[in-house]
Design a protein around this ligand. Structure first.
Ligand code: RFL
Ligand code: PHB
Length: 389
């Protein structure tokens, strides 16, 4: 069975869903195909920090009513090292605040507000004729084989998707860094123990105290990439968090509670260049991955699809391909800035072993960013995010 649309979007994560809404706003037809079920994508716990530009874009699309009611607005973050906490006043230094609102809440809002074609639980997605008139073939939830003919394919299917793999060998160059650590993340039914996020460097490893609401805490521990979750019973997780978040202020205490979710996420830096081939355009995690220390992945995905939607709008309106042809170059400028920031935050905050040289460099850098206004401002403007293109 064959149907037709203007833009075939693969993946209903933040990139695919925001793109769908942007295109609909501009009168461009699209169809979204998602491998997982709706309940699965709506429950997937991931990012929590939204840049000002992301919030503005969602607001301009009329998709942020619940976000504005439920979000937590933060004007700073804490860097904790050698047992002392130092505040980076983000808004004072960079003029913009950040928003704490779970990625899965964004995804729920985007799905609830979408009344166009969005097919969950599809399988066997394959791409053909990428340099002509592309065809996406797939099997729908009822097992029926279908073909979707489109002008353009948006590959928004994450790091493990099929889009990037459909590009012939030799077209893309991949740039990659692996890290000798991963993050063990927990979601806990416990009130946050701090008003702002705490990025903690300790000799035992990195820890992050984040949150989702006045009653739910999100926390992370640096662990080995091959860490076995079975070796982390609740007591061990809380003891390790307490040890890594300890500070000289004896009055500070970490509130604990039932752990609602736990998982281990690998850390990597990855970029493919170019982010396009023929009529296929990669966006978000399909084209690049950043380690989570800079809180950038979701925001970068949204920035990509803003560029893509603008380019497609120009192409459909006037036939001018220049925006589409420049898509990769436009996106990659932001991607590499964010790559550098995420790598830098990761390198500064994660002890890698017993090397005293590395440790001394990390502590020196932490002292510098928390004592020099110029250095703190650089961190702040990268953290809150540069204006969208
Ligand atoms: P996603 O969210 O992975 O969505 C891709 C979608 O494509 C589907 N898919 C397919 N669909 C059809 N056919 C196929 N063959 C398919 N293959 C895959 C998938 O099921 C999925 O629904 O990619 P997208 O949209 O590019 O969004 C990227 C973000 O999800 C990601 O960058 C962030 O979560 C990264 N991230 C953070 N980003 C931030 O901006 N701020 C943060 O605070 C932050 N914290 C984090 C994070 C990621 C983490 N993990 C788990 C990797 C914290 C963690 C722990
Ligand atoms: C989160 O709340 O999940 C979070 C916050 C900051 C990060 C990464 C993740 O850098």
């Amino acid at each position: 069975m064959e149907t037709r649309t203007q833009v075939g979007i693969i993946g209903a994560g933040p990139a695919g869903l925001v793109l769908a809404h942007l295109l609909r706003q501009r009168g461009i037809d699209c169809v979204v195909l998602e491998r997982q079920s709706r309940s699965y994508v709506e429950a997937r716990i991931r990012a929590g920090v939204l840049e000002h530009g992301t919030v503005d874009l969602l607001t301009s699309l009329g998709l942020a009513d619940r976000l504005h009611r439920q979000r937590m607005v933060h004007h700073g973050i804490e860097l904790l090292f050698a047992g002392e906490a130092h505040r980076i006043p983000l808004t004072e230094l960079a003029g913009r605040e950040i928003t704490i609102y779970g990625q899965h809440e964004v995804v729920k809002d985007l799905i609830a507000a979408w009344d166009g074609p969005l097919h969950f639980s599809v399988s066997d997605v394959q791409l053909a004729d990428l340099t002509g008139e592309p065809i996406i073939s797939y099997v729908d939830v009822d097992g029926v084989a279908r073909r979707l003919r489109c002008d353009v394919v948006a590959g928004c299917d994450g790091f493990h998707g099929v889009s990037r793999a459909a590009i012939p060998a030799g077209v893309l160059t991949a740039h990659e860094r692996d890290y000798p650590h991963a993050w063990l993340g927990i979601l806990a039914d416990a009130p946050p123990s701090s008003e702002e996020l705490i990025y903690a460097h300790s000799s035992r490893g990195f820890a992050l105290h984040s949150m989702r609401s006045p009653t739910v805490t999100r926390m992370y521990l640096q662990v080995r990439p091959d860490e076995n979750l079975d070796e982390w019973p609740d007591d061990r997780i809380w003891a390790e968090l307490r040890a890594r978040l300890a500070r000289s202020d004896a009055g500070w205490q970490l509130a604990d509670g039932p752990i609602l979710e736990r998982s281990v996420a690998a850390m990597r830096s990855f970029v493919v260049s170019p982010m396009q081939h023929g009529q296929l355009f990669l966006a978000g995690d399909a084209a690049h991955i950043v380690p989570p220390t800079g809180a950038k992945g979701l925001n970068l995905a949204v920035a990509d699809v803003k560029v893509l939607a603008d380019a497609l709008t120009g192409w459909y309106a006037t036939g001018d391909r220049s925006g589409l042809d420049a898509y990769s170059e436009t996106c990659l400028r932001r991607v590499w800035r964010v790559q550098h920031f995420s790598w830098w935050m990761t390198s500064m905050l994660h002890p890698t072993g017993d090397d005293p040289f590395d440790l001394a460099l990390q502590l020196s850098q932490l002292r510098y960013v928390t004592s020099s206004r110029a250095a703190a401002t650089s961190l702040a403007e990268n953290y809150v995010g540069f204006p969208f293109p």
